[in-house]
Design a binder for this molecule. Structure first.
Ligand SMILES: Cc1cc2nc3c(=O)[nH]c(=O)nc-3n(C[C@H](O)[C@H](O)[C@H](O)COP(=O)(O)O)c2cc1C
Length: 223
């Protein structure tokens, strides 16, 4: 038998804007988003933590399977902890570059001029670690979450977009395997680290690879 639910629906608050305003917003946002780049050279300059917290609030407003919000974000600002994270990440990255990565992967990475060294993990004023939760524990109760990868991916996109929107630089970093983050940050065993995101201002001489994005006609069809 279908279960009845007694909770009520509420009226949607939706503000319609003029088509001129829609066009203008679209153009301005497109222009701004096309300036986002992954940054690997960070300044040590500090950043107001309120900007980071707001970006996490925006990330957490993302849609998620059955509104389970299967994510957790840890903001790391402690200098000594950042040093520990760098050292643990570099250990994994050394193995990746020297043993684990197949040649085709290393070939694909050449243009980024990256190697096992990750000074940005100490230089950036903040690191945000994104965790996914395949289930939630409250007290004795364990409840399942749905579409966890999709949900946390969307929330992470919101996070990167918000940080870019306020003029901050980020890197989406994945020093795999990331089990060291769960240990160093004392997270419960239902959480798995999926992204390590340094945030701050780029260093004065920061460089990025000259990448091209695919054209609309190569990634989209209209039927
Ligand atoms: C899931 C994911 C993992 C990534 N992991 C790394 C990483 O470990 N190290 C790194 O330098 N860049 C990493 N990147 C950044 C990509 O190299 C970068 O997004 C891509 O080259 C496009 O460049 P752009 O972000 O400047 O547009 C990652 C990006 C994504 C989406």
């Amino acid at each position: 038998m279908e279960k009845k639910d007694s909770s009520k629906l509420k009226k949607l608050k939706f503000k319609r804007i003029s088509s001129n305003k829609m066009d203008a917003r679209s153009e301005a946002f497109l222009k701004r988003m096309l300036r986002r780049r992954s940054v690997r050279h960070f300044s040590k300059e500090s950043v107001p933590i309120s900007l980071i917290k707001d970006a996490i609030k925006i990330a957490s407003s993302a849609p998620s399977g059955a509104n389970k919000q299967p994510w957790h974000f840890t903001i790391v600002k402690d200098r000594f902890l950042k040093k520990k994270i760098r050292s643990a990440a570099e250990k994994e990255e050394k193995l990746f570059y020297q043993n684990r990565a197949p040649d085709y992967w290393l070939d694909d990475l050449k243009k980024f001029r990256t190697n096992w060294e990750k000074p940005f993990l100490e230089d950036a004023p903040f690191l945000i670690v994104v965790f996914k939760k395949s289930f939630t524990i409250s007290g004795e109760k364990k409840t399942k979450n749905y579409y966890v990868n999709e949900s946390v991916g969307i929330a992470s996109g919101f996070l990167l977009t918000s940080l870019h929107n306020v003029g901050l630089a980020t890197l989406t970093h994945t020093p795999a395997p990331m089990g060291f983050l769960e240990k160093l940050l004392n997270r419960p065993n239902n959480e798995k680290a999926i992204l390590l995101i340094p945030v701050g201002f780029p260093s004065e001489n920061a460089e990025v690879p000259d990448l091209k994005k695919k054209r609309l006609k190569d990634i989209c069809n209209i039927i």
